[in-house]
Design a protein around this ligand. Sequence first.
Ligand SMILES: *Cc1c(COP(=O)(O)O)cnc(C)c1O
Length: 485
Amino acid sequence: MEKLPASAAILKGIANDGGLFVPDEIPFVGNELKNCIDMNYKELASFIISKFFTDIDKKELDECIDLAYDNKFDSDEIVPLKKTKKAFYLELYHGPTLAFKDMALCLLPHLMKTSAKIQNLKKQIVILTATSGDTGKAALEGFANVEGTKIIVFFPKNGVSEIQRRQMITQVGNNTKVIGIDGNFDDAQSEVKNIFNDATLKDQLDENGYMFSSANSINIGRLVPQVVYYFHGYMELVRRGEIDFGEKINFDVPTGNFGNILAAYYARKMGLPINKLICSSNDNKVLFDFLSTGTYDKERNFIVTISPSMDILVSSNLERLIYDISSKNTDLVRMFMDNLNKEGKYTITDDMKKELNLFYGGFANEEETLDSIKHNFENYNYLIDTHTAVADAVYEKYVKDTGDKTKTIIVSTASPFKFTKSVMRALDEKYINYDDMELVDIMSRVSGLKIPEAVEKLKINSIIHKTICKKQEMKTEVIKFIMNK
Ligand SMILES: *Cc1c(COP(=O)(O)O)cnc(C)c1O
């Protein structure tokens, strides 16, 4: 097992044996929780993140945090919490690319620069990323023109929304490259992993003064900043008098790679009073099946849905949960991951299965997702995107199923303006005849919501990235880009 200081793990992204970095211990802050009530978002971020990244100087960390959570966000609160008659919604999409990935990816480039300093790194960092739509843009935005870095993003060319696609292919920055692939997200992600683990390529890069790192949620630098907003959401409920301090609440998370909900799991281990974690999937319900049976089985058809950022069959971050619930049995984790690679599945032990009681797994199909958008808009005048709608629909099932009345925060992961076609279609079938960009204006008119600046810009920005390639050609493209060939 490879043991590194946080700064080195952030730079590396993934361990030499292909495993994911985890904290030595998840820091417990239960006895300091009361102090969090009066913290604003940045103060909270500093408090939480410094508990994990102990080799980064607190003052430098605070500088990173200041640069990350500034007026790039269109809300002073950074993460507003909305209330309807049904539930609370933690809006994580007020950053520059309109999805929750911004919460960590605004900070990651700064963390990497600081880490490079600590580690006395002389090499250029090459960020290699596969995206199901939102990570790509958020990473590009974060790393564009950051000195000492290059970033290359692969997205499934038919697997993202039109707005997501435009956001990426119009990306400026002389250190950026965006490529569409003939294939789905899992194809892109598995090939990115192969490229990462290619020892010959690694040596070649090394000789030329480069090293790979990752902006995907396999990077521990992505995960830890995501813990912060769970504390923020909880404290906001306390501040508003919606709950008593110490009262438990539920979080409901629309899930794909298991990164967001794993951060909630870490928050709970740190001492945040959480009752249930509701893990919501779309039709690619591999996690629902895992939570119900204890068997993870990726051998099934990949379904393209209207919540594309959750169209994932290999949820990478589950490895970190497996590690934790196996009492840190690395041999066992290695065996499961080998089985997943070779046979497409693995089954956890009965003892481990018991640890999963904290989670409630659910899924929503396309119709249920569309109904949820319509219902929330018509009844509460609240417009949600397709991913949030999956979680919302699962929450209804959860309440029906369990009768649980615990206050619940639904984690809202993207702006409806990123998925105009599906969202407007949910409100009225007639919108199916319009294209995504036309629907931006219509959505604004119908909902009364202001068009986010990031979407407004897409109307005029020109297309910069036109490359399309096959999965087998990804490595060649990476080399071409890095070596400027
Ligand atoms: C990435 C993403 C998800 C899934 O988050 P994971 O951390 O991969 O589970 C859900 N919704 C949106 C909008 C996303 O961009």
